[in-house]
Write a protein that binds this ligand. Structure first.
Ligand SMILES: [Zn+2]
Ligand SMILES: [Zn+2]
Length: 145
């Protein structure tokens, strides 16, 4: 018996039905190494790995990877979109109103949707999008002094 091997990034792309390109591999690795990165930061991470890539190509690859469920996109109101590699666990986010810092918050209730709608209007609800808003430690220190 051999220990089950973690699939490589390329194998994960293939498994999700995506064509494997160096840019997509680099993009997925950049998103996973990062912490809720925006598009510009992802583009520069991809360029560090594979050289020049247009912003348009980054958008297209992000779209494909998000649609395939390998990348999760969050877009807190008033902030630009962020991307992360932690998918499928229904975790939530806490966002700083002042600087836009984002951190993960594990779901307290477990499975999605973790909040039961008081009236679902007959919809079959599969997700509750929860964002906790507040001030990050840095910003709350700055305002209280
Ligand atoms: Zn802040
Ligand atoms: Zn997250």
């Amino acid at each position: 018996m051999t220990a089950s091997q973690t699939p490589t990034t390329a194998e994960e792309l293939r498994g999700a039905g995506l064509r494997v390109t160096a840019a997509r591999v680099a993009l997925l690795e950049t998103v996973r190494d990062g912490d809720h990165l925006g598009v510009e930061a992802i583009a520069s991470g991809v360029r560090d790995r594979v050289g020049h890539i247009s912003l348009q190509a980054v958008y297209e690859a992000l779209h494909a990877l998000t649609a395939a469920g390998l990348v999760r996109r969050i877009e807190p109101a008033g902030n630009s979109a962020r991307f992360e590699g932690r998918v499928g666990d229904n975790h939530h986010h806490v966002v700083c109103r002042s600087c836009g810092a984002v951190a993960d918050v594990d779901c307290a209730a477990g499975e999605a949707p973790c909040l039961t709608a008081s009236d679902d209007h007959g919809f079959s609800v599969d997700e509750a999008e929860v964002i906790y808003w507040g001030q990050c430690p840095d910003c709350s220190t700055a305002t209280s002094s």
